[in-house]
Design a protein around this ligand. Structure first.
Ligand code: 5AD
Ligand code: SF4
Ligand code: FES
Length: 348
């Protein structure tokens, strides 16, 4: 059997079984001849398991202050070039109200690891937003289990915490002072506490191999993550990785498509970083396995200041404009905007 037929056979196999050995995942990620067939299979699986509805999540970037120092990230504490901000709780609640008025059914509260937002403040925010009949997703980093438990008791529904990479040595090199084991501990705690669990990885970080990306995808599967966000690493000039190459749009959508094939009923966003590399990035991602978009609902100058990487889209746009813009893109490819809160519907 030729290598070409092997690849096509693998695509057929994973489309039906949603299971694959690591070597086969690697072979598919490396292949360059049948990429369109591979994406088409991911698109069919997306349609079969999660349908044509696209879930919108309104993203509020409420603080760009972070105590961590991840080498790839613009919010790292040693980046003194960045003007820092922290929204007042009342402002965050106001942005959530606006998100609701624009028809969002979920808000995502995202920030750097900012200790100013203690359990009491977060509890207040979660309760306030839950009163608006919105699903609440948190994306605020590593915390002790007790803290996650308080967030959950306050009513938070979901939690996003990317593993970034499953290569422990690489992780600890890129995230100085952080422990990979603790990150996994966080993910397991979150799952046990009953959050819908989101994780994901960066594609194209220096030192990452295709084998390591295959491990990432198999890790998502083993964890049975409910949501998986995959995005290209985009070098930030104000970080130690300024001169690195970064990931490509193509490779990050391949990792995303593979994730769809292996976790067919999960919620997978077309990520902002993908569109930052390709003007059609989110629409293409939606046609290669994604079923979620997370438009920004942060207002004013804060968007510019939440600078994880350069070239971030929508930094000069308003929430109203983004809502309109993304609706056009989604309807334009024959998909629908979901009217539900968009929890994962597990299929046997
Ligand atoms: N390029 C792309 N994504 C990045 N993130 C942080 N820095 C970068 C970068 N330079 C991602 C991380 C983090 C998420 C909030 O942003 O994966 O989990
Ligand atoms: Fe902080 Fe997250 Fe950026 Fe790391 S990736 S520096 S934890 S905001
Ligand atoms: Fe923000 Fe298109 S989604 S401008």
């Amino acid at each position: 059997m030729s290598a070409g037929r092997d690849i096509q056979a693998l695509i057929r196999k994973v489309e039906v079984t949603h299971a694959l050995a690591k070597d086969d995942v690697v072979a598919l990620l490396r292949d360059t001849h049948y990429v369109e067939d591979f994406f088409a299979a991911a698109d069919r699986v997306r349609r079969k398991y999660v349908g044509d509805d696209v879930h919108l999540r309104g993203l509020i970037e409420f603080s760009n202050i972070c105590k961590q120092n991840c080498l790839y990230c613009g919010l790292r504490r040693d980046n003194h070039k960045l003007k820092r901000y922290r929204l007042k709780p009342e402002t965050i609640v106001e942005f959530a109200e606006k998100a609701q008025s624009y028809g969002y059914r979920t808000v995502v509260l995202q920030s750097g690891e900012d200790e100013w937002f203690d359990v009491e403040t977060m509890t207040y925010l979660i309760k306030k937003i839950k009163e608006m009949d919105l699903a609440v997703t948190l994306s605020v980093g590593e915390k002790p289990r007790e803290v996650y438990q308080k967030y959950r008791e306050a009513g938070a529904d979901r939690y996003l915490l990317r593993i970034e990479t499953t290569d422990k040595d690489l992780y600890e090199k890129l995230d100085p002072g952080m422990s990979w084991d603790n990150r996994v501990r966080c993910l397991i705690d979150l799952k046990e506490l009953g959050f819908e669990l989101g994780t994901g990885c960066l594609v194209g970080i220096p030192g990452q191999t295709v084998e390591s990306l295959a491990d990432d995808i198999l890790f998502f599967k083993k964890l049975d993550a409910d949501m998986i966000g995959v995005g290209p690493f985009i070098p930030n000039p104000d970080t130690p990785l300024a001169a690195e190459k970064g990931g490509t749009f193509e490779q990050s959508t391949k990792v995303m498509a593979m994730t769809r094939l292996l976790l067919p009923d999960s919620n997978i966003p077309a990520t902002t970083a993908m569109e930052s590399l390709n003007p059609q990035g989110r629409v293409l991602a939606l046609q290669r396995g994604a079923n979620v978009v997370m438009p920004n609902v942060t207002e004013g100058e804060y968007r510019q200041l939440y600078q994880l990487y350069p070239g971030k889209i929508c930094i000069n746009d308003t929430p109203a404009h983004c809502r309109f813009c993304i609706t056009g893109k989604i309807l334009g490819i024959g998909r629908r905007i979901s009217e539900t809160q968009g929890f994962r519907v597990k299929q046997a």
